[in-house]
Design a protein around this ligand. Structure first.
Ligand SMILES: [Zn+2]
Length: 219
């Protein structure tokens, strides 16, 4: 049986289960390089501290994906929106040059995020911690996004409707900052979609192989 994929976690303690593959989210500038498979990026909350050294890490590290990167226009973070945009766009260009998928943090910034993906010709990306409407999900799919759902997504009624209706071949699941078991998130998602956990597991594993074609070489 194929592995469970936790596409986005900040817990270094995850990954002990043999049937789970975790993609750790390394916050460049905040933490040392992790010793296991990771995505790497300058988080929008860290945009004001970004310096050339941080971009060097984005360019040179052994990452499976660039992320999490993005735009956060929530009241606590929107003051430096312009800096966030510069840092995000630069990293989209790096991802494009390196041929790596992108994992995106998008909070109250949906239309700017979609515009950026189109402008920078990003063919495949993952909107992590998706919370939103069916209409936004449809637009994201048209822009090449996969949607990743975590515990907060499952607590949002309109997002549960997206989870129910999204084509399975555009879906990932994640634990993010929650210290919980990804296998429980698979079970709850399978229940919402009236499918078997094993079928969901196989589909998401295939999604992983589609997006992370380079995984076998690097892990
Ligand atoms: Zn995160």
């Amino acid at each position: 049986m194929k592995s469970y994929i936790d596409i986005h976690t900040h817990y270094q303690g995850q990954g002990t289960a043999p049937d789970v593959v975790n993609i750790y989210s390394w916050r460049i500038g905040r933490e040392a390089v992790p010793p296991f498979p990771f995505a790497a990026g300058i988080h929008p909350w860290d945009a004001s501290m970004s310096a050339n050294d941080l971009f060097k890490d984005v360019c040179g590290c052994n990452a499976l994906a660039i992320g999490e990167i993005g735009l956060d226009y929530s009241p606590a973070h929107k003051d430096n929106a312009k800096i966030q945009q510069d840092v995000f766009y630069t990293q989209l260009e790096i991802a494009s040059l390196r041929g790596l998928p992108v994992i995106i943090h998008c909070v109250k910034s949906f239309s700017d995020t979609m515009a950026a993906l189109r402008t920078h010709c990003i063919p495949i990306s993952i909107l992590h911690g998706y919370i939103g409407s069916i209409q936004q999900a449809e637009e994201a799919l048209r822009n090449g996004c996969f949607l990743a759902f975590g515990p907060r997504s499952l607590a949002s009624p309109k997002t549960v409707e997206v989870i129910r209706r999204l084509p399975a071949d555009r879906m990932f699941l994640e634990t993010d900052t929650n210290n919980c078991d990804i296998r429980d998130i698979y079970a709850r998602t399978a229940e919402i979609r009236s499918t078997k956990t094993d079928d969901l597991r196989l589909t998401i594993y295939n999604n992983f192989k589609t997006v992370f074609k380079h995984y076998d070489r690097m892990a």
